[in-house]
Design a protein around this ligand. Sequence first.
Ligand code: LMR
Length: 397
Amino acid sequence: MFESLKPVAMDPILGLMAAFRADDRTTKIDLGVGVYMNDQGHTPVMASVKEAEAQLMQLETTKSYQGIAGDPGYNQHMLELLFGPEHSILSSGRVKTIQAPGGSGALRVGAEVIQRARPESKLWVGVPTWPNHIPLLGSAGFEIKEYPYYDRDTKQINADAMMETLRQVPAGDMVLLHGCCHNPTGADLTHAQWDLIADLALERGFIPFIDTAYQGLGDGLDEDAYGLRMMADRLPELLVASSCSKNFGLYRERTGSITFIAENAKQADIVASQAMSVARQIYSMPPAHGALIVSLILGDAALRANWETELTEVRSRIQSMRTLLTDSIQNNAAGVDFSHVQQQKGMFSFLGLNTDQLDQLRNEFGIYIVSSSRVNLAGINSSNIGYLSSSILSVLK
Ligand code: LMR
């Protein structure tokens, strides 16, 4: 049977991660996969996570099944983290959150529920977007349509073209938005642009599907949630896929959630039952460990304060690496403008290098960057910045 199968090329980001690991040059630099690294180039377990894990070892009395929706405490904490504890949606009965295996699992459950509700809905994605959005959501059955998002020439969001396209989206279609820290460009919507998209959603009748995988890595936990909180206020229906991979550093624990906002409480209950039926058909139940850690952290004032301090350090370090890279390039090359890197948010920016330059960086210098020219700023540190900037400058010549 298997002889009919052809080999499939590895995912571009995960393939790059494997190639980096296999490279034995000691000077190599990983600016590829979106994983936080400290100034030593290490991805540490957060101290608050370690503490919660230690508590969990003591508290946990069973490994029995938890249920399809995961841990109810985690789901409630995620709702409050996403929307803020005072948001009116929390007491409306119109919102349901279920735990999911990472942000990807959350996206997939959301997509499958939409397919059940309205199989003819198309999914509009910004160009560019996270490369796995299209295979992940397209394989759930969506026809994918595109709207312009980022202009590589101006290094800004192409707001006019984006709004012009969104003005044509038919009622009942879905529009994928990045909650914050846009992956891959780092170019985030302004509040005014979020407001305008909400106006268009109301006018046209399309439904936003927000992927928020980096809450807290842009401007702050509350600041990064502006768009989804505003939309939850104003729109009758909304989906939010969220992830604890980056802001809790729980990557391999696959900890995420999918939130549905429906027109009324009765519909929200039905949507949640559909989401659980989807989950049962795909993976049955989500993994427990990461969600229990998040639940312990968010449910304990001291642990939460420690986590927020650690998250602030992560955010500040990435921000200072933006400044370091921008300065070290601009101070050493007349006419090269990297100021967009300084202005953008979250883990990523586009450097604007072409394929030849990226190949040269990888082959000659052992510097790994995703082929879109997306860099993970957290891969930069005080030891490699000199080598990195001189290598970039040499390929820019
Ligand atoms: C990334 O964009 O690098 C991360 O979200 C990791 C992944 O799964 O692609």
